[in-house]
Every structure is written in structure tokens, then in C-alpha cells.
Design a binder for this molecule. Sequence first.
Ligand SMILES: [Zn+2]
Length: 172
Amino acid sequence: MTIKPLVILPDSKLRLVSEPVKEITDEIRKLADDMLDTMYDAPGVGLAAIQVGVPLRMVTMDVSKTEGERHPMVLLNPEIVWASEEKRVYEEGCLSIPEYYEEVERPDRVRFRYMNLQGETVEQEAEDLMATCVQHEIDHLNGVLFIDHLSKLKRDRVITKFKKAAKREAGA
Ligand SMILES: [Zn+2]
């Protein structure tokens, strides 16, 4: 079990566009395990590889609502193939922006496609928390954060706050 350190705002790695996973190697399987350990430890419902400093198009998720039950998902090269016109507002947070929560509007339902660790292509429809989560995580693969969906005023405010905190830590 390996818990990896999380990449935190304003680290510029969070703005990288991640590269596709080309081959499912032992290294990829190990990274998936480490990402799941890190996500459950945090705890969080989703994690993108770049949040542990690896710029690969890889996401782990567990949106099961029953306490004590785990439904880990590992998505390689995930993409949204359809999104509903209807939107929904969900309060989002991010392990890279700790203790900050804000309402974000996104498509209510999406269909997404990915490769699993067995190398199979899977297409799946999601609504509710899973729809929000998969959109949030795919954003990470493109260097986009949930605060980018907020007003400039709110976004600037949270970025300034995290920059100050990082400076304090570096200076201390
Ligand atoms: Zn996030």
C-alpha cells in the first residue's frame, strides 16, 4: 500500500495536459493501486494521475454510496462521448484544492468511454455524482480545474489564497 503525496494548487503541474496511456504495463497497474490507496486515504471519490504528479490520462473513481462497500474503478484514456443538454448543480471539491467547496454547473448525464486495466474498451452512461465526478476528473487530464468553471472573481480569490499559503510554507 503506497499513499502518494498530492499535488496542491498553485502547483503548475495541475495545468499540464496529460498523455495517453499506450500500454498496460506492471508500472501502470502499480500506479492504479497507488492512486486507489491515495484516493481512499484522502478520502476522495476521484483522482487523476496528475494529482500524484504523473501526467498520464488515468483516473481512479469510487462513487459507491453504501458505507463500507468499495467499487473501485480505473479509467485509462477516458473521454466524454455524449453529454445531456440538461445541467445540474453539484457542490464540488478537489483533493488538490483542500477544504474548498463550491457549486459547479455541468451536464446532468454523460456517456463516457475508457479502457480498463484488462485492455477492454468500456462505454458507460453516468448520472448524478458519477457524472459530475467523471467530468471533473477528465478536466484534470486537460489541465482544467473545477475552479475554472466559477466566476473569475471567485477563482482569483481561491488562487490567491493558495498562493499565499504556499509562500508561507516555503518561507517558514
Ligand atoms: Zn479534482
